[in-house]
Design a binder for this molecule. Structure first.
Ligand code: ADP
Length: 480
């Protein structure tokens, strides 16, 4: 009989996406061997899902969630998406909002969701063998199973794999959350298992209570055990190092496929050299850039936060734009970066363009039309954008950290290997130096550039190999 695995997440494509987490929760269940594992996904029924997918949902049941001061009702729906069953928990008090995260009552929203998942299991009499929780929003679930719901054998025996997608976001709240919203006994705070300094931290709770912890690249699994990247959890992660694994993300290669995608002109690695330039010209036209097919067109498609190394990029822009380079940026985030990019657009009309916002279609057309995607991240657990870029023959220029280091092999001119460009130290000199190097390769060593494009496009960015690694971990966790 197939092992039952329940993914627990706050976001997944095609329903809702704020970042790479949604790509992974969509693509990984599809890639896992269906003969051995039956994967379902449970998520909150957020407003945007109700608006766009309500017709597809099938009502299953009704639950009552009582947890500390939370007294709420919820409906459970299901929906098949490309052979994977999605379960949705509907509660308008907590989930009928325009955004996904970032509300004052997030602690209550996440607490409610975690408890509701367990109440759903009881109501539906569906008990997975493994719960695979994603990021801190779902981090208290292993502790709830092992403490509050411990009397129910079918819940007690569930094994927990918890994946850290980004350690920088931890869910740090007043300790009252543990008692008032999650109804834990005070002694678990006192003995330290639920405590973090004098408050509670959902990420830390997951790291303590999960049976296996994974993160999304091998390098990041190592980095987070050091003070530089550990975000104050490095000691706990070191303590759990035997159960900590790094498995690099892949992407859904059907969604991101230059030969079938809705871009200006489809292409494969055989036709890329002629047709990419058509995508580039159409992109230049769409974005109001000058029609210059030979000019190096670089870009960024990203949340605009400090993590993404925007300081390096923004500082370098005047230098970059004084040369024969065009720049296109798609993203929204911290206002200081949005402001700087608007200034850049104003100053370098038809040479630089900034699209402020989230636009899936434009992102695809940019992956197809750019020559180079820049990701100078301060830290990057895995990074999805560089994988997509490589699939479209767009060369990534990255800082060597986390998944960027694991997936972007830099150009070696002598061995004729590589898939992009990279630099080590997080400083302006290193950034400028490697940008100049890439510039030089584009204009004076097209043979190298084209070799990198070929290597990038034929590099396996699918979830196939990583799904195998997850399957092995699922087997392992069952014996714990
Ligand atoms: P993170 O999850 O930290 O935001 P990743 O590189 O792992 O970064 O994933 C980012 C994903 O979100 C990629 O699929 C990227 O194409 C997409 N993305 C980021 N910003 C935008 C945007 N403004 N519009 C469309 N897609 C975006």
């Amino acid at each position: 009989m197939a092992t039952k695995v329940l993914f627990v997440s706050f976001e997944s494509l095609p329903f809702v996406k704020t970042g790479g987490l949604a790509d992974v929760v969509y693509a990984l269940p599809k890639a896992i061997d269906k003969r051995k594992f039956e994967v379902r996904v449970v998520m909150p029924l957020l407003k945007v899902i109700k608006e766009n997918h309500y017709d597809r949902l099938k009502y299953l049941d009704h639950i009552y969630v009582q947890s500390g001061m939370i007294n709420e009702e919820a409906n459970i729906y299901s929906c098949d998406n490309e052979g994977v069953e999605y379960l949705f928990i509907e509660n308008d008090t907590f989930f009928n909002r325009d955004g996904v995260y970032g509300y004052d009552d997030d602690a209550a929203r996440f607490s409610f969701f975690n408890v509701a998942v367990l109440e759903m299991m009881i109501k539906l009499d569906y008990y997975p063998d493994i719960c695979h929780e994603h990021d801190y929003h779902t981090g208290v679930l292993p502790a709830l199973c092992k403490i509050r719901y411990n009397a129910i054998e079918s819940i007690r025996r569930i094994k927990h794999v918890f994946t850290i997608h980004n350690l920088a976001y931890q869910g740090m709240y007043d300790k009252k959350v543990l008692f008032d919203l999650l109804a834990f006994d005070y002694r678990y705070y006192e003995d330290g298992s639920l405590r973090f300094n004098d408050c509670c931290n959902f990420m830390k709770i997951a790291i303590v209570f999960a049976d296996i912890i994974t993160t999304v690249s091998r390098t990041y699994a190592y980095e987070i055990q050091t003070p530089e990247y550990g975000e104050n959890l490095e000691v706990i992660l070191q303590y759990r190092h035997e159960d900590l694994y790094g498995i690099v993300n892949g992407i859904d290669t059907d969604t991101f496929n230059p030969s079938t995608d809705k871009i200006y002109r489809n292409y494969t690695n055989r036709t890329v050299f002629d047709r990419k330039v058509e995508n580039k010209r159409s992109l230049q036209y769409e974005l109001g850039l000058e029609d210059r097919p030979d000019t190096l067109l670089v870009g960024m498609i990203s949340r605009l936060t400090w993590q993404k190394g925007l300081d390096l990029f923004v500082n370098a822009l005047p230098r970059i734009l004084h040369r024969d380079v065009q720049v296109a940026i798609l993203g929204a985030g911290e206002s200081r970066y949005e402001y700087a990019l608007r200034m850049m657009e104003d100053r370098y009309k038809h040479k630089a363009v900034y699209y402020c916002g989230y636009n899936e279609g434009l992102a695809h057309r940019m992956y197809a039309g750019l020559d180079m995607l820049i990701m100078p991240s301060l830290f990057e657990p895995c990074g999805i954008s560089q994988l997509i870029a490589m699939r479209y023959g767009t060369l990534p220029m990255v800082r060597e950290t986390g998944g960027l280091k694991d997936t972007v092999e830099p150009l070696n001119e002598y061995a004729k290997t590589g898939r992009g460009f990279s630099f080590g130290p997080f400083d302006q000199y290193a950034f400028d130096h490697v940008f100049d190097y890439a510039f030089d390769q584009y204009y004076y060593h097209q043979d190298n550039w084209q070799m990198l494009m070929q290597n990038a496009m034929t590099y396996d960015v699918s979830f196939k190999a990583s799904a195998k690694e997850y399957e092995n971990l699922y087997q392992k966790v069952l014996t714990k």
